[in-house]
Design a protein around this ligand. Structure first.
Ligand code: IMP
Length: 430
């Protein structure tokens, strides 16, 4: 069966883009199913580094079509900027290669302003979002007040809809947050002009996906963010506003479960988190700095979208077992194993202690999760550089032990190990 779903298993930034890029050879269509430009992939291909936010990484592969699915939210101006920047790097970005689902929703400048006002009002309880207007755009969608991408086919009507949306948010900004209003006229004029630029990329995503499948094609469905940031399954309210879990692919692109044959989870060999919310295995100080890197390398753990230093922690098998279950993972890819070369001992959380009791079941209740203290097992490190290793069998014995122990703990095949940002630094197993 021809659909593979690729999901993040932790709090995002697991390196899904890199795994997608490796799998892209087998796919005719790569489709993002949720989120917007809160996501960010940094991809190193030969000498070039590409930064992607809305556009699936299939765009870097000639012969592969990329789709931004109906579960996504799109900011037209920022999408056009991303398209332009790829073109400047020599990538062909045309309506033949890139598609935008008609039922994706539009992020307006008002959504972004509203989010800023909301975050300010939350004070110390702020969610620490990426500030892209993602939450308010999904709120408009669920409230049935959103604007779908299809509206761009009629620039006049689109401009009017944008004007009305801005005017409405202006009232909220003024009445509730006492904030300055946006110039609805200017925004509407700009969006009117932008509409005709994006209209040629529009497609009904269900029809594209099913046409591909009928012809025997292979579709790779790629999630933005990750399981623990899922609005239903993550650490609510410290989540994003969409469904990064595998189920989100079905809703976000428009196909049923029977066409899916592989669900690949991507996990870092440790954990990171950006933004607020509980993080049981978090480490601080020198240990965190060593794990994160100093920012001199593009793949050090600083946010691709916001540049924020990521919070760092040890691998958490309680959370990973949960990700295996809620996504129905058929396999796992482990990234950034090279980072652990910096440590003599490697603790891994195998269970939590909550209110004096040991549990290995992930608590969905955020208040309980916030009280979880990890129970660790410590594995020996290998302390040699593994970034030049090109075959799994050539890894140091302690590194292989780490991988195989995780596989045994999770009871899911661990089929890919990444030891660096390059395409060639990807070790396939079995
Ligand atoms: P939002 O998606 O901008 O609403 O942010 C909600 C939460 O999700 C914040 O904690 C963000 O830091 C986090 N988040 C959103 N997108 C990503 C991502 O691609 N990687 C990691 N964290 C993310």
């Amino acid at each position: 069966m021809p659909v593979t779903i690729l999901v993040g298993t932790q709090w995002g930034d697991e390196g899904k883009g890199k795994v997608t890029d490796v799998l892209a050879d087998e796919a005719q269509l790569i489709a993002r199913y949720n989120g917007g430009d809160n996501a960010g992939h940094t991809l190193a291909v030969q000498e070039q580094t590409y930064k992607l936010h809305f556009i699936p990484s299939g765009i870097l592969r000639p012969g592969v079509m990329s789709l931004m699915g109906g579960g996504m939210v799109i900011h037209p101006e920022r999408l056009l900027n991303e398209m332009e920047s790829l073109r400047r790097q020599g990538i062909e970005v045309t309506p033949q290669r890139l598609k935008l689902a008609t039922n994706a929703h539009i992020i307006t400048p008002a959504h972004q302003l509203l989010e800023q006002a909301q975050e300010k009002a939350r004070g110390r309880a702020k969610l620490d979002t990426t500030g892209r207007g993602i939450g308010p755009a999904y709120a408009s969608k669920i409230a049935r007040e959103g604007i779908r991408a299809a509206a761009m086919r009629d620039p006049d009507a689109f401009g009017t809809a944008i004007y009305q949306a801005i005017a409405q948010t202006n009232r909220v900004l003024n009445l509730i947050y006492q904030d300055e209003p946006l110039d609805a006229d200017a925004v509407a004029r700009y969006y009117h002009n932008v509409a005709s630029e994006l209209a040629p990329y529009l497609v009904d995503s269900w029809a594209l996906v099913h046409a591909m499948l009928r012809e025997g094609g292979h579709v790779l469905a790629e999630g933005g963010q990750a399981t623990l940031l899922d609005v239903d399954h993550g650490n609510y309210p410290y989540v994003t506003s969409s469904n990064p879990v595998a189920g989100g692919a079905l809703v976000g692109l428009g196909f049923g479960p029977r066409v899916v044959d592989r669900v690949i989870g991507v996990a870092k060999a440790f954990c990171t988190r950006v933004g607020a919310g509980p993080f049981p295995t978090q480490v601080e100080g020198e240990m965190a700095e060593r794990m994160r890197g100093d920012g001199s390398q593009a793949w050090d753990d600083f946010g691709t979208t916001t540049g924020r230093p990521r919070r760092m922690g040890w691998l958490d098998l309680v959370a990973l077992r949960y990700a295996v279950a809620v996504n129905g993972l058929t396999e796992l890819a482990l990234t950034k194993l090279d980072v652990l070369s910096r440590f003599a001992d490697i603790p891994v959380a195998v269970a939590y202690e909550i209110d004096g009791e040991r549990t290995d079941a992930y608590p969905v209740d955020m208040a309980r999760f916030a009280r979880a203290t990890p129970i660790y097992e410590t594995l020996p490190g290998w302390e040699v550089d593994i970034m030049g290793v090109t075959r799994y069998a050539d890894l140091p014995a302690a590194a292989r032990r780490y991988v195989e122990w995780i596989e045994a703990q999770l009871e899911v095949p661990l089929t890919l190990v990444s030891v660096g940002p390059g395409r060639e630094q990807t070790l396939l197993r079995g």
